[in-house]
Design a protein around this ligand. Structure first.
Ligand SMILES: Cc1ncc(COP(=O)(O)O)c(C=O)c1O
Length: 417
């Protein structure tokens, strides 16, 4: 443990909550895995862009130059957050769109018979586009979840890897179970077999620091709109891969014109500028909790995520204990609140009750939860669950308070009777 880690204080939740205007509405919000609220700083960045610089960026006149700078800053912020360089970071409308785009950009890398490994645990965003590589003769192999544990066992990946493995696509964290996979270990296995690793970090990114260099991933996707930012997708690719990939933009973008050659057209301007508001928020949290500054935004974000993780663990332990205390709940996946093992995303079914029946029963108490398949339809099938009814999901982030969790538990107790 480093000195910084040892000296991490407790998150001042009230201070964090005061940054989110939407929290004033009184709901105990547990739909965060669907999309998080945004702090005022993000709203202000978007508003400033639209008020002052809503022009075509990149010309010499002042508002246009400022518009370009604001967009660059937004992309830099999310690149620094995950320890990437800005030219390795593509911003697009969503992770789903980014994955489709990337799957087209790397199609030329596949000869008939080359293999792509996907899972049945993942959100469909990390499935459908890759499975469609079969259209060009790729062999699709499935790393299957263990139905007894709802886990992906790395031992089950090993036999799927071989000399024809080109790409493995797996999640850092499940959007259903919250289980965190050991991405660094998976990357080592995949690279040892000569393949590349694409990681869906959408369900991980709101909760823990990401270091794409330390993880040694080839591609990493996440969605800033679940990380307190605007509704966008962010895609990292190692520079050499982006250069080698087939550009999806106009023909006159050069092969080394990264990242611009990768995406067809530019992302939403004002929202890209708004990404910088995530750093404003993290820096406010950092300054409030840590006496000494940290040099880079990546380091400050890592400090802040340590605060988040410890707070989330306290909430998760409380909720995991509650679910375990009533045998009518079937928790999907790991029965732990440990911040190392899981994000505080909980999915469960209730004995004798449709999942769809539960969320409305908590609405009078202004507790927001939801049921469904959450686009992890293959996982529902693998676990023998009815995809049309799915699971009930309660997902927390750092701005949820202990009082929120008490209201959730109280609401569930009353709903079950
Ligand atoms: C784990 C996971 N991957 C991918 C996605 C898709 O992200 P987007 O909505 O940005 O396409 C989601 C969305 O809920 C998700 O939870």
């Amino acid at each position: 443990m480093t000195d910084r880690e040892r000296d991490t204080p407790e998150l001042d939740v009230d201070f964090a909550r005061a940054h989110f205007p939407a929290l004033a509405d009184g709901w105990a919000f547990f739909e965060n895995a669907g999309g998080s609220y945004v702090p005022r700083s993000v709203i202000e960045r978007v508003t400033a862009y639209m008020t002052e610089t809503q022009v075509q960026p990149g010309a010499s006149y002042a508002p246009s130059a400022a518009a370009a700078e604001r967009m660059v800053e937004g992309r830099q912020v999310i690149a620094q957050m995950i320890n990437a360089d800005a030219d390795e970071m593509t911003v697009g409308p969503s992770t789903t769109a980014n994955v489709y785009m990337l799957s087209h950009a790397i199609r030329p890398w596949f000869q008939p018979g080359d293999e792509v490994v996907v899972t049945d645990l993942d959100h469909e965003a990390n499935n459908g586009a890759w499975r469609r590589l079969a259209e060009i003769g790729a062999v699709v192999k499935e790393w299957r979840v263990d139905p007894a544990t709802a886990e992906l066992d790395p031992a089950a990946l090993e036999p799927l890897l071989g000399p024809r493995t080109r790409l493995v696509c797996a999640a850092h964290c499940s959007n259903i179970t919250g289980a965190i996979n050991d991405v660094a270990a998976i990357a080592q296995m995949v690279h040892a077999a000569g393949g590349l690793l694409f990681v869906d970090g959408v369900a991980f990114a709101p909760h823990r620091a990401i270091d794409v260099r330390a993880l040694d991933v080839d591609f990493y996707a996440f969605s800033p709109y679940k990380v307190y930012g605007p509704h966008l997708g962010a895609l990292f690719g190692k520079r050499e891969h982006l250069i080698a990939a087939e550009g999806q933009n106009h023909y006159f973008f050069r092969a080394d014109d990264v990242p611009d050659k990768i995406a067809p057209g530019y992302p939403n301007h004002e929202l890209t500028a708004g990404l910088a508001g995530i750093a404003d928020y993290f820096d406010q949290i950092h300054a409030h909790h840590f006496a000494a500054g940290a040099n880079t935004f990546h380091e400050r974000a890592a400090d802040v995520f340590r605060l988040f993780a410890a707070h989330e663990e306290r909430l998760a332990v409380r909720f995991a204990d509650f679910l375990a205390s009533d045998s009518r709940f079937r928790l999907i996946g790991r029965a732990t609140g440990s911040a190392v093992a899981r994000a505080p995303t909980f999915s469960f079914t209730v004995q004798g009750m449709k999942s769809a029946a539960l969320p409305p029963r908590l609405e009078a108490a202004k507790v927001a939860i939801r049921n469904g398949d959450f686009y992890a339809i293959r996982l529902m099938g693998a676990l023998g669950l009815d995809p049309s009814d799915g699971v009930v999901r309660a997902s927390m982030v750092h701005y949820n308070s202990a009082e929120d969790v008490d209201r959730l538990i109280d609401g569930l107790e009353k709903a079950l009777g």
